[in-house]
Design a protein around this ligand. Structure first.
Ligand code: 5GP
Ligand code: MG
Length: 177
């Protein structure tokens, strides 16, 4: 059941453009910036940010991929357990500023797992976080540096993120489950 639409194609485009500007502003340049998208929808979002960064400052910012799957432990009521399934990071993250990119930030457990996985690749100078939607309900002390839109949700609501690349359209909706 779709409750409401919170982003259309134009709004998504503007949010991502703004986030690209913020990445440049916060880091005073892009020399050390590397983007890492969390599969699945974090990857096209990271690629879009990379193209906006290229448009704005004419610099290539490489994009890597982390594949993280959520598992729910049937034996407990604690939240899902994110597990690293794979990765494709073809650049050196040593001394880089790595911007993790995901579609929705919820409990923070996926990002925690992503940080853990990144640390196995080397020692980044800094790790930052960019998300299209922050829906609240954090269970860990994790905060995004770049947010497309804050969308307070109840736990019964989920955010439906559709992207042209994966879903044939650009939109964000709140759905009641
Ligand atoms: P967390 O680990 O912070 O609880 O959840 C974040 C991960 O689960 C992200 O990779 C995100 O794609 C997915 N996720 C959590 N909540 C939602 C939601 O409401 N909608 C969508 N589309 N993904 C969600
Ligand atoms: Mg995800």
């Amino acid at each position: 059941l779709v409750k409401s639409q919170i982003m259309d194609k134009d709004q998504m485009e503007r949010s991502l453009q703004r986030m690209a500007h913020e990445i440049i502003e916060q880091n005073r340049g892009l020399e050390k910036i590397r983007l890492v998208g969390i599969r699945s929808r974090g990857v096209p979002l990271a690629e879009r940010l990379s193209s906006y960064l290229k448009l704005i400052s004419n610099q290539e910012v490489p994009v890597g991929i982390l594949d993280i799957t959520l598992y729910r432990d049937d034996l407990s009521t604690i939240s899902h357990q994110p597990v690293i399934k794979g990765s494709a990071i073809d650049f050196d993250i040593e001394d880089a500023v790595v911007v993790l990119v995901d579609d929705v930030l919820y409990t923070g457990r996926t990002v925690r797992a992503a940080i853990d996985a990144l640390m196995d690749f080397g020692r980044p100078k800094q790790i930052q976080l960019a998300v299209l939607i922050d829906r609240g309900h954090r269970e860990l002390p994790i905060k995004a540096d770049y947010v497309g839109k804050n969308v307070p949700t109840s736990k019964e609501e989920i955010i439906k993120v559709s992207l042209e690349e994966t879903d044939g359209e650009d939109s964000v909706k709140i759905v009641l489950v």
